[in-house]
Design a protein around this ligand. Structure first.
Ligand SMILES: [Zn+2]
Ligand SMILES: [Zn+2]
Length: 274
């Protein structure tokens, strides 16, 4: 039996003889069913028409994204540390080349995922690297479509995965929406992998925040201010968003601060006369 994958969001469901009737993730108001209707693929069919591409963003940080773009189109990140490597977010496409290349880097010690839209084929990723733990925030447990013993739910506000890697719950886009802080990244200035919990905007000058990006549902000012509060204790100078080209290359903590102020001001009417 195949473990089918939704072509719109990349979520994989448990093995079954026929494809699921619908995708729970896509039916929910933060995602969408495309005009063509719901369609499905399998890991083998996906790998038959796609490959993964890689970019080293900086020493010890490698992005992995699928070509041609598949589903939401995000790229995952491998954070390489002296205590092991962490995969941050997953993508649906996992092929032999990707497994061999990551094993060449020393394999994975753990997987962390920001929110349910990027759970994709997480169980396949864990199994390919010896059943490493997948750390998901417990607040989003209801969106796990393929339960597995390798999934470890965490609660509270932070989870130290490795000595220099910490997951931070920010909420917002999802109640358990999390980001990854890498203290030794950016030459020791600190890196934040923000996924789309804090989204690097197209101009790469700001961050922005939404409950739903495709359906344009904003967060409240209170929710966005809470993201800033959650990240206040952490030092970082660079932010990597969820696409290859969404990077804030310097001064990222200040940019997060002014972005939160801009967002809140916009909701409060600051642009009403412009
Ligand atoms: Zn879906
Ligand atoms: Zn999302």
């Amino acid at each position: 039996m195949d473990a089918f994958i939704c072509t719109a969001c990349g979520t994989q469901y448990p093995p079954s003889s026929v494809a699921p009737g619908q995708c729970t993730i896509c039916e929910e108001e933060r995602q969408y069913v495309p005009p063509r209707g719901q369609t499905w693929t399998t890991p083998a069919a996906l790998a038959g028409g796609h490959f993964n591409a890689y970019r080293q963003h900086e020493p010890g940080l490698i992005g992995i994204g699928t070509q041609p773009s598949f589903a939401i189109g995000q790229r995952a990140l491998i954070v390489c540390t002296a205590n092991g490597n962490v995969l941050w977010d997953t993508i649906a496409m996992l092929d032999a080349a990707t497994i061999d290349l990551i094993k060449g880097l020393g394999g994975l010690a753990a997987i962390g995922i920001s929110h349910p839209h990027f759970y994709t084929t997480m169980v396949e990723w864990s199994r390919a690297f010896g059943g490493v733990p997948i750390h998901l925030h417990a607040a989003d447990q209801r969106w796990i479509m393929r339960p597995d013993p390798c999934i470890k739910l965490w609660e509270g506000e932070t989870l130290r995965v490795l000595p220099e890697v910490t997951l931070v719950r920010c909420g917002g886009h999802f109640p358990g929406g999390s980001v990854l802080h890498w203290g030794k990244g950016a030459g020791g200035r600190g890196v934040l992998c923000s996924s789309d919990i804090a989204t690097v905007t197209t101009d790469r000058k700001f961050l922005s925040f939404m409950r739903s990006y495709p359906n344009l549902i904003p967060l409240s000012a209170r929710q966005v201010t809470a993201i800033g509060s959650a990240l206040e204790p952490f030092e970082f100078d660079v932010i990597y968003g969820h696409y290859f080209d969404r990077v804030i290359a310097r001064d990222a903590k200040r940019i997060l601060d002014i972005s939160i102020k801009r967002y809140s001001a916009a909701l409060g009417g600051a642009y009403e006369n412009e």
